[in-house]
Design a protein around this ligand. Structure first.
Ligand SMILES: [Fe+2]
Length: 319
């Protein structure tokens, strides 16, 4: 663990949860909710239920507050601090739970809702029509993007390139899986991309690019922003890039976007994360790129995922 991450971990006495650096990459913080925290959370949110949480937006903050109070108000501060800290910016949240609890889909949605509302406000997901989206990956697919296609690698990208809402963070939760081999999440921190400078110093780094999306996304407008759309307080670049949904309008842009994709896919600092069923992988969307490794073909292959994407509180508003 680097010094900053260690300092953050030391500030918390881990009431109701523990923190450790992820084995493959110490930027990623592994958070484990203790069995008692999970048990009490399920008990205390049971009067509400998922339908009420979907119908009444303020209940989403209520379940977040319940979870936070169970950790002596420490979990929210730690999660937000981790996601906003450029050195870390990502966590894998798992929990001690029975098979029955892990199989309970409503519990998993409510848990990710609590987590999302501790770090901000989720955007409306046009693909699914709610503040979250659930979708499946199966052995065969005829959809219009690589999201549900299992037998190829989904290249490294940022989310939210083609929507007007700000996408500060992304939650990726594993709801279920069967007959799964491969398909790990892939992560690369922008500062670990060895050719970052070459592309950030490029004349096109700050030029507006046009971004679109296929029909399944239900977004009927295009957006315009540079790949390196903003800098943090220290002047370090934040990224918004995805290979599938950019629309270069001339040869220079086409070449530049192509070369970024080639460089990212060749990057040796990319690492794999296996997300256990029920767990959540949460990343700062502007300093981490994410993707997915390919799956080994299997007739019975099935995976269900939940995603939430949103903004920090201070950035949460509709356009
Ligand atoms: Fe994504």
């Amino acid at each position: 663990m680097n010094a900053t991450a260690q300092q953050i971990a030391n500030e918390f006495d881990h009431k109701g949860f523990t923190i450790s650096p992820y084995a493959n990459n110490s930027r990623l913080q592994l958070i484990t909710l203790h069995a008692d925290t999970v048990k009490l959370f399920i008990k205390q949110v049971s009067p509400y239920g998922l339908q009420a949480i979907e119908y009444k937006p303020f209940l989403r903050f209520k379940v977040a507050d319940i979870l936070n109070k169970l950790t002596n108000n420490q979990l929210g501060e730690f999660l937000l601090g981790t996601i906003k800290n450029r050195e870390t910016g990502a966590f894998l949240l798992q929990y001690e739970a029975s098979q029955e609890q892990i199989a309970d889909n409503d519990f998993k949605v409510i848990l990710s809702t609590a987590i999302s509302h501790l770090i901000g406000v989720p955007n409306f997901d046009s693909m699914y029509g709610k503040f979250y989206a659930r979708f499946s990956v199966n052995n065969t697919d005829n959809s219009d993007s690589y999201l549900r296609q299992p037998h190829r690698r989904m290249e490294l990208h940022n989310d939210g390139t083609y929507v007007s809402e700000r996408t500060d963070w992304v939650i990726m939760q594993k709801m279920a899986e069967k007959n799964m081999e491969g398909g790990d999440s892939l992560l690369l921190h922008v500062d670990d991309w060895q050719q970052l400078d070459q592309f950030y110093r490029h004349p096109l780094a700050k030029e507006d690019i046009q971004w679109m999306s296929p029909a399944s996304k239900n977004v009927n407008y295009k957006t315009h922003h540079p790949v390196f759309f903003e800098e943090d307080e220290q002047g370090r670049p934040k990224m918004l890039y995805i290979d599938q949904f950019c629309e270069p309008l001339n040869m220079r842009q086409g070449q530049y976007l192509h070369d970024i994709g080639e460089s990212l896919e060749a990057e040796a600092n990319t690492f794999n994360v296996r997300v256990p069923t029920g767990s959540l992988l949460v990343v700062n969307n502007h300093c981490w790129l994410h993707g997915r490794d390919k799956f080994i073909a299997h007739q019975g292959l099935h995976r269900e995922l939940l995603r939430q994407r949103g903004a920090f509180y201070e950035n949460a508003k509709s356009d």
